[in-house]
Design a protein around this ligand. Structure first.
Ligand code: NIG
Ligand code: FE
Length: 433
């Protein structure tokens, strides 16, 4: 067949082209291929990127575009990345972590093995308060180094976006320092490692001053809530995208949580809750009432709570690392999915209930202990993680217009994920900026 020159496509601007992708697991929200199921898997795929955004996706053999560099900004030729037939997925979006902390609670972990409960430890002034003490005593440099090690690890396991909460400062100065350190982590890491463009991690900061009542306010809890609502929240506007509250007996009551989150909402924060983790705290219902972006944990949420969350568009974030660590029953993901909620999975990386940076391990736990399919677990760790951060239009799937934040795997078939366990199957992440 003769090609008609007047019909030939105009070359597309691209600075990077990723070729020879054996399986591109796009998680596309718009079907790209009727046959490829909910994950939308494209074989022998090519992805072209310009200025950090995906501009073209297609198959190697039906490639219809030529790519050209932007004349004005051209410095080099187009960078070609050869995926060598491997699988590419969106980078994981880990939408719930507390990874900026100092100290270790390994001893508590082993005490819990002997029957001491998480709530008992918290009531004894250990638990979260032990980490608060260690974090207050640590220098900014130490905190940053510790967080960078954890960021490096989670990136090596395929995460490209991570939410990080404060909540181990619990005074105005330390909470502010922690928020500033969290904000600095993205750029800091890239510079520290001499990385240019590739392999950065996107960091989303959350203010969790309402993690527990600090010791100096133990008998004056409403005075601490005044500090939260009148000092911390107003002065941290712009430093945190989300405000989160641990709504639980031993932390903040339902009424206290409502007060803090209502103030945060007035000030323009988006909302998250640690809800119904250890008991039926009413947190899920409050998340629905206030239009929170996500409610997390949810082990004790009732069916009615879940319906209210679904009707208000609140993402349900499940954290199987906590069930593993606390040896508590795993929440049944089927209950959430069958009721039509968007379910996200996250590590909850923290020193008390889930010391884990690895989203592949979370997928494994969700599939084996929470009865999720691989498809559901992959959606939950990519696009639904993005939804839990309000970033579903920017990241979480491989589609034209989205940021190029990808995981390049060392496997040729995505069905190895969750099956081949205990081994890191991610070769690297590809983040174009
Ligand atoms: O998500 N539940 C509250 N916060 C964390 C645990 C924090 C800690 O124990 O240090 C969680 O489980
Ligand atoms: Fe948490």
């Amino acid at each position: 067949m003769q090609s008609d020159p007047s019909q030939s496509p105009t070359p597309l601007l691209a600075d990077t082209v990723i070729r020879n992708i054996g399986q591109l697991v796009t998680i596309a929200q718009q079907p790209i291929d009727e046959a490829s199921g909910p994950l939308q898997v494209l074989e022998n795929a090519v992805v072209a990127v310009h200025d950090g955004k995906i501009v073209w996706i297609g198959r190697e053999h039906d490639q219809e575009h030529e790519f050209q560099q932007d004349e004005e900004t051209r410095s080099d030729s187009i960078t070609i990345i050869d995926a060598q037939g491997a699988v590419i997925t969106p980078g994981f979006v880990d939408s719930h972590t507390h990874l900026l902390f100092a100290g270790s609670r390994a001893a508590e972990f082993h005490l819990r093995r002997q029957g001491v409960s998480y709530s008992e430890l918290l009531a004894q002034g250990r638990g979260i308060l032990a980490t608060v003490q260690a974090t207050r005593e640590a220098s900014s440099d130490t905190l940053t180094q510790l967080a960078l090690q954890r960021l490096n690890t989670l990136r090596d396991y395929g995460t490209t976006t991570v939410e990080i909460k404060t909540g181990y400062g619990l005074d105005v100065t330390t909470e502010e320092t922690c928020l500033r350190l969290i904000n600095g982590l993205s750029a800091h890491e890239a510079v520290a490692q001499g990385l240019q463009g590739l392999e950065k991690v996107r960091v989303v900061p959350t203010f969790l001053g309402a993690h527990t009542i600090p010791p100096e306010y133990r008998d004056r809890r409403s005075a601490y809530i005044d500090v939260l609502t009148e000092k911390m929240l107003p002065s941290f506007v712009g430093l945190a995208r989300f405000c989160d509250v641990f709504c639980e007996e031993g932390a903040f009551t339902l009424e206290e949580s409502r007060r803090i989150l209502t103030r945060a909402k007035e000030l323009g924060y988006q909302l998250k809750l640690h809800a119904d983790q250890l008991s039926a705290s009413g947190g899920a219902r409050l998340a629905a009432e206030l239009g929170a972006t996500s409610a997390d944990h949810l082990d004790f949420a009732s069916d009615e709570d879940l319906d209210a969350m679904r009707d208000s568009g609140v993402v349900a974030t499940l954290l199987p690392g906590c069930s593993y660590t606390l040896r508590s029953p795993y929440p049944s993901a089927r209950r959430f999915i069958d009721r039509g909620l968007h379910v996200a999975l996250a590590t909850d990386c923290n020193p008390g209930t889930s010391y884990c940076e690895n989203m592949q391990a979370i997928i494994g736990l969700a599939m084996s202990a929470m009865h999720m399919s691989l498809e559901e677990a992959l959606l939950a760790t990519t696009i639904n993680g993005a939804r839990a951060l309000g970033l579903q239009d920017t990241i979480g799937s491989i589609e034209v217009g989205k940021r190029c934040e990808l995981a390049l795997w060392s496997i040729n078939d995505y069905q190895e994920i969750g099956y081949h366990f205990g081994t890191n199957l991610v070769r690297s992440v590809l983040v174009e900026s």
